[in-house]
Each structure stands twice: as structure tokens, then as C-alpha cells.
Design a protein around this ligand. Structure first.
Ligand SMILES: NC(=O)c1ccc[n+]([C@@H]2O[C@H](COP(=O)([O-])OP(=O)(O)OC[C@H]3O[C@@H](n4cnc5c(N)ncnc54)[C@H](O)[C@@H]3O)[C@@H](O)[C@H]2O)c1
Length: 434
């Protein structure tokens, strides 16, 4: 593939699409980022970032050198030779997959798929789906839309592949570049083309038999996490009854050089992946009359964790002769994981909701979430602002292990502190783990 003229489009400039766009542009592949959200497009074209852990300094030089630009105009697909799709794949209210964003993207891309491939000397376009989804989405659902809307044939007139995004936003020990990229093609030729493209920007690619194997790989990774987190959450409850600290146990077990991988308990699952993706397989398995009992059980245990934490807060307040009702409680951390601003599906919202329902007056602190933005499920919390950490509360509840909290000195606080992450180092005398 000739790098000189190489230009690709990345559809969906969120937590996954933006770092991927940066990586390709850094590798001298010109990128047009396409998104429906014009505020993101304008931000990029000004050289600014809208994701806290991505520095503007990693965008600006690429925009200035014209290697990276953003647009809302899908007609720009005419200019590119590959389209990488990184749009959301949520669950609907019945916890069923909602692949509408993927199919809508397919409809927007299809009219421009064939244009360049018919010109002599140009290549067929490659479409790669990166969004997490159930096996069959790429070679059935997306393919149908692309073929029906364009009148072209996958594997003949355009190439089609699936390559899951495995990024862990905020991580510093691995990057988009260094994480091996699994990929499966609709045909061997599609796979070859996909490998060729990604090899320009990434250290290693890992080809698999077809799109479905690649789709199943991503789901397996996230199901593995969900089940193991549920297991350690269950152990936390059992060991606590025995007055054994589960964190001590996991850290000790992790010294075994083989056969054990540490997972840590918490107040529940959060984010756009682990609470959602396993149910993509559960839904698809029903079509084959198969049940996913591990996935269901893990979901049940993980979603029960906020109630466990609430009981711990009630106990801590009780020891002060107080009740949840009327108490002022400060939640530390609204993001679902440490040191990032991503608060999607965060269990902190569930905790906030449940505490308020019981009559508490709830505030929060999060250095990464200065103001709560509107969300579908918790729109009533929108506009709440991060408060200072002081002892002017009846209780502090640590939900997210941001590094700021690990270092904060709580030793003088004469109020109960409930820590769901074993995070705080400078503890007070009323410190509880949950
Ligand atoms: N966030 C993660 O840590 C992570 C990691 C691995 C995989 N994934 C998967 O990657 C996919 C994307 O996740 P994300 O976290 O980047 O989502 P996101 O919500 O941060 O970003 C998605 C972007 O797509 C845009 N969009 C939606 N519909 C569009 C359309 N029809 N045309 C153009 N743009 C459109 C949105 O405006 C948004 O900017 C999901 O399937 C997710 O499961 C996410």
C-alpha cells in the first residue's frame, strides 16, 4: 500500500475513535474523522481535545500538518480507501443489543463505497468494524446494509473486516500502538487488506479465521473480566464475614507465578464495556437455544454490590448513632475507573441514587468530573458540581480509586470513611473497607 496517498476515515471520534485516529495520523496516514457531533468535529479542527486523558498537544500538530481533520460530511468517504467504524454499541432498555449506530453508519457510508473503486488504478475500499458486538454483526447485519444501500458485493466490490478495539483508556503501560490487533476478514483477501492497513500504525496484528472469531474474541475478553470481578466480589462478602481482608488475600495469591490473575473487588461494574458486552453474547446465544449462566450470575453479583456498600455506609453511620436519612454524604469519584473522566454506567450514580432515595444529602468530589453532564438514566443529577474534600460531612464514601485519594491525608477526619477500593493510605480511626 502506498503511504504517500494513503487516506482513511474513522467514523465515531469517541474514546476509541480519537486515539485510533491520532495513531494512524502519527504514522503518516491521513485521517478524516467523521462524527455526527459537530462540537467534537470543531474541537479537533481547532487542535483541541475533549477527552481529559488525551492531550491537545497530541492533536494540534497533526491538524496543523493536515494529517488529521474532522468533518460531519460523509461524502468525504469518496476520498478515502478505508473506513474504520468506532460507534457505540449499547444495550436497549430490555438489555438487548442495540446496533442501530452501526447500521446507521453503514447507511451513511454505503452511497460512497463504490465511487473510487471504479476509477482505474484505485483500490477497492475497505470497511472495518471496531465496535464491540455479537458474532455475525459484520458478515450479516452490517454487510446487508452496505450491500443493499450500495448495490455492491462485499469481498468483490469492497473489502469488509472486523477488528475489535482493545484499548483501555487512561492506561499508561500499553497504548493503541502496542496492543496486538486481532482481526478477521469476510474473505482471505479482505483480511490481507486489513492486516496491511493496520500494520502501518500498530506494532503487531493477529489475524483470525473470520469476522465471527474476531467478534467472539472481544466478547470473551470482557466476559472473562466480568466473571472474575463477580468472583472476587463474592469472595469479598464471604471473607469479610470471616474477618479476612480480601485485598490481602488477592495480593498474596498474586505472588503465585502461574495459574492466578488478580482481580479486585469494587462497588459494582461501570463503563461502556464490562457491564454491557457480555449481554451481547447472552442475547445471541438464545438464537441457538443456549444459555449463558456464568454471564447472568456474574451480572447478578456485580449489580448487587451497590446494596452491599450501602449496608456498610448504614453500619458506619449507625456506629455514630446516625441514620442514612438526613446524613450528609460525600462520594469520592464519579468516573467508573481511576484517573479518567469517563463516568458512563458508573456505579457511583447508582450509589448516589440509592443514598438519596434513603433520604441522604449527597455531594461528590471528582477531580476529573467537575460537573455532572446530563445522562439518559440519571438526568436529575446533571449540573451537580464537584465539592472540596472536607470533614463537614457525616460520612465519606470512596467509590473510585483516583490517585489523588490514595495520597490525601484523612488521618484527622473524625467521621466514618467507607473505602470500596482499599485505596486510602492515610486512614483515620473510623475507616471501613467495603
Ligand atoms: N471506551 C472504551 O474503553 C472501549 C474499549 C474497547 C471497545 N470499545 C467499543 O468501541 C465502541 C465505541 O466506544 P466509545 O467508547 O469510543 O464510544 P463513544 O460514545 O465515546 O464515541 C462514539 C462516537 O460515535 C459518534 N457517533 C455515533 N453514531 C454515529 C454515526 N452514525 N455517525 C458518526 N458518528 C457517530 C458519537 O457522536 C461519538 O462521538 C463501542 O462499541 C465500545 O463498546 C470501547
Amino acid at each position: 500500500m502506498n503511504t504517500e496517498n494513503q487516506k482513511i476515515a474513522i467514523v465515531g471520534l469517541g474514546y476509541v475513535g480519537l486515539p485510533l485516529a491520532i495513531r494512524f495520523a502519527e504514522s503518516d496516514v491521513s485521517v478524516i474523522g467523521l462524527d455526527l457531533d459537530s462540537s467534537k468535529v470543531e474541537s479537533i479542527n481547532r487542535g483541541e481535545s475533549y477527552i481529559k486523558h488525551i492531550e491537545a498537544s497530541s492533536i494540534k500538530p497533526l491538524v496543523e500538518s493536515k494529517l488529521f481533520e474532522a468533518s460531519t460530511d460523509f461524502e468525504r468517504i469518496k476520498e478515502v480507501e478505508a473506513i474504520l467504524i468506532c460507534v457505540p454499541t449499547p444495550l436497549n432498555q430490555y438489555r438487548e443489543p442495540n446496533i442501530d449506530y452501526v447500521l446507521e453508519t453503514g447507511k451513511s457510508v454505503a452511497p460512497f463505497l463504490g465511487k473510487r473503486s471504479k476509477e482505474p488504478g484505485t483500490r477497492k475500499k475497505l470497511v472495518v468494524l471496531e465496535s464491540t458486538t455479537y458474532p455475525g454483526t459484520t458478515d450479516t447485519d452490517l454487510r446487508r446494509v452496505l450491500e443493499n444501500e450500495s448495490g455492491l458485493k462485499a469481498g468483490v466490490d469492497f473489502h469488509l473486516a472486523f477488528s475489535p478495539e482493545r484499548e483501555d483508556p487512561g492506561r499508561t503501560d500499553h497504548s493503541v500502538k502496542s496492543i496486538p490487533k486481532v482481526m478477521g476478514g469476510f474473505s482471505p483477501e479482505c483480511l490481507e487488506r486489513c492486516q496491511e492497513l493496520y500494520s502501518k500504525a500498530l506494532d503487531s496484528v493477529y489475524p483470525v479465521a473470520n469476522c465471527r472469531v474476531a467478534e467472539a474474541t472481544k466478547l470473551t475478553e470482557n466476559i472473562f473480566r466480568s466473571v472474575n470481578i463477580a468472583l472476587v466480589n463474592e469472595l469479598k462478602v464471604v471473607f469479610e464475614a470471616m474477618e479476612i481482608d480480601v485485598w490481602d488475600v488477592v495480593n498474596a495469591a498474586a505472588t503465585k507465578p502461574f495459574g492466578f490473575m488478580p482481580f479486585y473487588p469494587g462497588p459494582g461494574l461501570g463503563g461502556h464495556c464490562i457491564p454491557i458486552d457480555p449481554f451481547y453474547l447472552t442475547w445471541k446465544a438464545r438464537e441457538y437455544e443456549k444459555h449463558t449462566r456464568f454471564i447472568e450470575l456474574a451480572g447478578e453479583i456485580n449489580t448487587s454490590m451497590p446494596d452491599y456498600v450501602l449496608a456498610k455506609v448504614a453500619d458506619a453511620l449507625n456506629a455514630e448513632s446516625k441514620s442514612i436519612k438526613g446524613s450528609k454524604i460525600l462520594i469520592l469519584g464519579m468516573a467508573y475507573k481511576p484517573n479518567v473522566d469517563d463516568d458512563r454506567e458508573s456505579p457511583s450514580y447508582v450509589l448516589m441514587e440509592k443514598l438519596e432515595q434513603k433520604g441522604a444529602v449527597v455531594s461528590y468530589n471528582d477531580p476529573h468530573v467537575p460537573v455532572i453532564k446530563p445522562t439518559r438514566e440519571f438526568s436529575h443529577f446533571a449540573g451537580k458540581e464537584s465539592q472540596e474534600i472536607t470533614a463537614d460531612y457525616d460520612c465519606i464514601l470512596l467509590a473510585t480509586h483516583h490517585r489523588e485519594y490514595a495520597d490525601f491525608d484523612f488521618s484527622d477526619f473524625d467521621i466514618p470513611i467507607v473505602d470500596t477500593r482499599n485505596c486510602i493510605k492515610k486512614r483515620n480511626s473510623k475507616y471501613y473497607k467495603s
